[in-house]
Design a protein around this ligand. Structure first.
Ligand code: GLY
Length: 328
C-alpha cells in the first residue's frame, strides 16, 4: 500500500467563483469557530452547495424547522442541470437511465428513503413523503415512482444533452472507474440544526456515473449515507457508496460522537476504518464525511485531498477545504 498517512492542513486557496464569491477556508483556520456552540447551522458536502446552504438558511434564519431547511437545500442541486451527480442533469447509468437515490431523517429518528427512482426531479421530497405518509422507510423503483405520482409529483425527462454526450463518450471504452473528486460535487449531503436544536439531515444523488442498471449506492441507506440522532449529532457522506455501505460510515460517526468524540475526531475515525478495511479500493476511491453535533460543532474529513464543504453558521456562508488522510 503506497499510502502515506498524513493529516493534511491544506493551504489557503483563492476566492471561489460560487454563489457570493466567498472564500475557501482551510479547515484548520476555521477550527476555532467549529468549537463554538453556534446554531442554527447548516453544513453540506461540496463547494457548489454553498447555494443550497442559502436556501436552507432562509428557513433556519426565520426560526423554521431543520427538516424544511434540508429539503429546501437539497432541492437546489436536484434542479440544477449543471450538477451532474444529483437529480436533473445527473449522469445516467450505462443503459442511459438517470436513476436517483435519496433519503431524509428527522430529529425524532424517523426516516424516508427512495432508491432507483426515475423521472422525478426532487427525490428528496419523495423521500420525505415516504417518511410522513407511509408506514415504510424505503420505497424503490417502480413502486417509488407510482407513490410519487400518487402524491402529485410529475414525470420529467432528467437526461440532459450534456449527460447523454458524456455517456456516449464513456461508451467508447466502457471502463467503469469512478474518478476521485473529478466532478467535485458528487452527492449532496446536508445537515441542519435549527433554533430549537432540532437536528435533521438529507442526502440525494444520481449515484455513480455509468453504474450498472439497478445499482443503488449508500445515499438512500440510513446508517450508511446518512444518520441522525438528535441526542448526539448527525453525519452524512459523499463518495464511492460501496465503501460506505460496507462500513455503515454515518452510523459509525454518530456512535463515535455518542462516546464523546468531537465531530472532527468522529469523521476521522470513519475514514480510517474504511481505509483499514479496504486499503486497495481506498487508493482509487474518494469518501468524505461531514458531521454536526447538537452543540453546533462540526467536522469534515476525506480519504483523499480535494474534498470541500459549505458551512453556514453565525450568519456566514463559507466553503472550507477539508483535511484528508492521504496526501496528494
Ligand atoms: N455516494 C453516492 C453513491 O455512491 O451512489
Amino acid at each position: 500500500m503506497n499510502t502515506r498517512r498524513k493529516f493534511l492542513q491544506q493551504t489557503l486557496l483563492g476566492s471561489l467563483a460560487v454563489g457570493n464569491a466567498d472564500f475557501l477556508f482551510n479547515q484548520a483556520d476555521w477550527s476555532e469557530k467549529t468549537d463554538k456552540n453556534a446554531f442554527p447551522a447548516v453544513i453540506s458536502t461540496w463547494a457548489p452547495n454553498i447555494k443550497a446552504n442559502v436556501a436552507a438558511w432562509q428557513v433556519l434564519a426565520a426560526g423554521g424547522y431543520a427538516l424544511d431547511a434540508v429539503e429546501a437545500g437539497v432541492r437546489v442541486p436536484e434542479a440544477d442541470p449543471n450538477d451532474t451527480s444529483v437529480g436533473y442533469g445527473g449522469f445516467p447509468d450505462r443503459d442511459g437511465h438517470v436513476t436517483l437515490d435519496a433519503c431524509i431523517m428527522d430529529e425524532k429518528g424517523m426516516a424516508g428513503c427512495v432508491t432507483f427512482l426515475q423521472q422525478i426531479m426532487h427525490a428528496v421530497s419523495v423521500a420525505r413523503r415516504v417518511m410522513e405518509k407511509t408506514p415504510h422507510v424505503i420505497l424503490s423503483g417502480e413502486g417509488a415512482l407510482q407513490f410519487a405520482l400518487s402524491q402529485g409529483f410529475v414525470k420529467e425527462n432528467l437526461l440532459t444533452e450534456k449527460a447523454k454526450k458524456a455517456l456516449e463518450e464513456w461508451r467508447v471504452e466502457s471502463k467503469y472507474k469512478p474518478i476521485i473528486n473529478i466532478e467535485r460535487h458528487d452527492t449532496i449531503g446536508m445537515l441542519a440544526l435549527d433554533t430549537q436544536r432540532r437536528l435533521c439531515g438529507a442526502c440525494s444523488t444520481s449515484g455513480a456515473a455509468f453504474k450498472m442498471h439497478g445499482r443503488v449506492g449508500d445515499s438512500p441507506v440510513i446508517g450508511a449515507g446518512l444518520f441522525v440522532d438528535n441526542e448526539v449529532g448527525a453525519a452524512v457522506c459523499t463518495g464511492l457508496g460501496e465503501l460506505v455501505l460496507r462500513t455503515l460510515g454515518s452510523f459509525l460517526v454518530v456512535e463515535e460522537m455518542r462516546r464523546g468524540a468531537h465531530p472532527q475526531k468522529a469523521v476521522e475515525t470513519a475514514v480510517k476504518r474504511i481505509v483499514k478495511k479496504y486499503p486497495v479500493q481506498s487508493e482509487e476511491a474518494q469518501v468524505a464525511f461531514v458531521a454536526l453535533d447538537r452543540k453546533g460543532r462540526h467536522g469534515a474529513y476525506s480519504i483523499h485531498p480535494g474534498f470541500n464543504y459549505a458551512l453556514y453558521q453565525q450568519g456566514e456562508n463559507r466553503v472550507i477545504e477539508a483535511g484528508s488522510l492521504f496526501e496528494k
